[in-house]
Write a protein that binds this ligand. Structure first.
Ligand code: SF4
Length: 456
C-alpha cells in the first residue's frame, strides 16, 4: 500500500476542521496527501449525518472507490461512523476502519490495524482525550479554525448531534488562547472559533464563559477578524453582546439558528426559547451592533407543523430580515424523539413550504445586499472565483461573499477595499479600490457604522 492519503469531507465546519486534524495525524505517520483517490493508498470519507440518506450516500461512494484500479483502503470517519459503528463493516467489505469524531486522536491505531490487515471500529467519546493543536494540518493560509467546545447537551428533538458528537466537552481557555496566538504568529488573518453550541462554553479550569474567551482572543495582536459558530439563542447573554459590540475584530456576523417561528413547534423541538425571547435577543444584539449581518438555520415541515405555524416562521423572517438563511425540510434522524412523532408531514407539503421560504429569504437577502451597492468593503481574498478564472472571491468583514476582477498586485490572504457595483441574493460584485495594510492598529480597523469601543 502506498503511503498516500486523501480525505473527502462532507458537512459542517466542524467536519472540515476534523479533516485538518486527521490530515495532521496522517502527516505525522509519514503519509503524503494527494488530491486524487486514484493515487491514494488510503481514502478517508469524513461523513455527515445531518442531510437525508447519509448511509446510502456513503455506501454509493464506497462502491465507486472499490472499483478503482489502485484499490485504496477506505476509512469512514465523522458522524455516520459514530452513528453506524460496527454495522458499517458488515455493510461494506471495502471498509478498513471506522473512526468516530470523538476518536480522531486514535487514527494511528487504525493505521496500525491496516498494516496488520485487521479491520477496526473506534467510536465513543473520551473526555480525557488530548486535543493536540500542534498536530493539525491546516489547509488555509488565510483562515484558521479552532475547536472551542465539542459535542452538545441540548438534545433538540430533531437533532442527531448529541448522539454522534457526544456530550459537551470544553477545552481549557489557556489552550484555546495559545492555539489562537499560534495562528496569529503564523500570519493568518481570520480566526474562526467552532462549537455546536459555542456559547455553552465553560472553561474546565477557571469556569470562564464564552464571552471571556472571545474577549481574550479579540485582544491578540495580528488577526483582523474573529468569527464564531454556532450560538444557541437560549444561551446568548448580555456579556457576549457587549464583547460583540466593543471589539472591532469580532466580526459583525452572527449565526443564530431559530428553527421555527411558532412557539408550539419550538416547544416540540425542545429549543427552550420562545419566539418572543428570540426576537427580543435580536433586538438587544441590533441595539448594540446596528449593522450586524444575521444568518440562521430553519426547519420547515417539522412533524405537526400547521399552515399557521409555517406562517409564523415566514413572519419571523420578515421581522428579522436575515442576510442568509440555511433552510431544510425536516427528515427523521435515527434515535431522535421527533423521528417517532406520529404526525409526520408528506413530502409535497415540505417541498412546497421550503420553496415558499426560499423565495422570501432570497428576496430579503437581495434587498439587503443591494443597499451595499456603492459602498467600499474590506474583503479578505480566499481564492479564485468558482465562476470565473479572471475574478477573485473573498469575504467582507460581515461574512458576505464578494467577487471582483483580478487587478493589481494582490493575492490570496490579502485584504483589499472593494467598491460594490452590483448585488444578488448570495453574493456581491465589485471593483478593487486599494489594498488594506496587513496589520492595522486596533482603532483603525473599526468598520464604518460600528460603534466605537466606548459606545454606551
Ligand atoms: S443545539 Fe444544535 S447541535 Fe445541539 S441538539 Fe440542538 S440543533 Fe443539535
Amino acid at each position: 500500500m502506498s503511503m498516500t492519503y486523501t480525505i473527502e469531507t462532507w458537512g459542517c465546519q466542524m467536519n472540515h476542521h476534523d479533516s485538518e486534524r486527521l490530515a495532521g495525524a496522517f502527516e505525522r505517520a509519514g503519509f503524503r496527501a494527494v488530491d486524487d483517490p486514484r493515487q491514494a493508498g488510503i481514502v478517508v470519507l469524513n461523513t455527515c449525518s445531518v442531510r437525508e440518506k447519509p448511509v446510502q450516500k456513503l455506501l454509493s461512494r464506497i462502491g465507486e472507490l472499490s472499483n478503482l484500479a489502485n484499490g485504496p483502503r477506505i476509512g469512514v470517519c465523522g458522524c455516520v461512523a459514530q452513528q453506524e459503528g460496527e454495522e458499517l463493516l458488515a455493510r461494506a467489505k471495502a471498509i478498513a476502519f471506522v473512526l468516530g469524531p470523538g476518536q480522531i486522536h486514535r487514527l494511528p491505531e487504525a493505521l496500525d490495524a491496516i498494516a496488520r490487515d485487521r479491520r477496526v471500529v473506534l467510536t465513543g467519546f473520551d473526555a480525557a482525550a488530548e486535543h493536540n493543536a500542534g498536530a493539525i494540518f491546516r489547509t488555509s493560509s488565510t483562515r484558521g479554525m479552532i475547536t472551542v467546545i465539542e459535542g452538545c447537551n441540548e438534545h433538540c428533538t430533531f437533532c442527531v448531534v448529541p448522539y454522534t458528537r457526544g456530550p459537551e466537552i470544553s477545552r481549557p481557555l489557556k489552550d484555546v488562547v495559545q492555539e489562537a496566538s499560534g495562528l496569529a504568529a503564523a500570519g493568518l488573518k481570520e480566526i474562526e472559533l467552532l462549537g455546536q453550541t459555542i456559547n455553552a462554553y465553560r472553561c474546565p479550569v477557571s469556569g470562564a464563559g464564552f464571552a471571556e474567551l472571545l474577549e481574550e482572543i479579540a485582544t491578540i495582536e495580528g488577526p483582523s477578524r474573529i468569527r464564531f459558530i454556532t450560538s444557541h439563542p437560549r444561551l446568548f447573554d448580555d456579556r457576549l453582546i457587549d464583547v460583540l459590540a466593543r471589539h472591532p475584530k469580532v466580526s459583525r456576523y452572527l449565526h443564530l439558528p431559530f428553527q421555527s417561528g411558532s412557539d408550539r413547534i419550538l416547544a416540540r423541538m425542545r429549543r427552550r426559547y420562545t419566539r418572543a425571547e428570540y426576537l427580543d435577543l435580536v433586538r438587544r444584539i441590533r441595539r448594540a451592533v446596528p449593522d450586524i449581518n444575521l444568518s440562521a438555520d430553519v426547519i420547515v415541515g417539522f412533524p405537526g407543523e400547521s399552515e399557521e405555524d409555517f406562517a409564523e416562521t415566514l413572519s419571523l423572517l420578515e421581522e428579522v430580515r436575515f442576510g442568509q438563511v440555511f433552510a431544510f425540510a425536516y427528515s427523521p434522524r435515527p434515535r431522535t424523539p421527533a423521528a417517532r412523532y406520529g404526525d409526520q408531514l408528506p413530502g409535497e407539503i415540505k417541498k412546497r413550504r421550503l420553496a415558499a421560504l426560499f423565495e422570501r429569504t432570497d428576496a430579503i437577502a437581495t434587498e439587503l445586499n443591494q443597499r451595499l451597492v456603492g459602498s467600499v468593503l474590506p474583503v479578505l481574498i480566499d481564492g479564485e472565483s468558482r465562476r470565473s478564472a479572471s475574478d477573485w472571491q473573498g469575504r467582507s468583514e460581515d461574512n458576505r461573499v464578494v467577487n471582483f476582477p483580478k487587478a493589481g498586485d494582490f493575492g490570496v490572504g490579502e485584504i483589499v477595499n472593494v467598491r460594490i457595483v452590483r448585488a444578488g441574493a448570495h453574493s456581491l460584485y465589485g471593483r478593487c479600490v486599494e489594498a488594506v495594510p496587513a496589520r492595522l492598529p486596533l482603532a483603525e480597523t473599526v468598520p464604518a457604522g460600528r460603534p466605537a469601543d466606548d459606545a454606551p
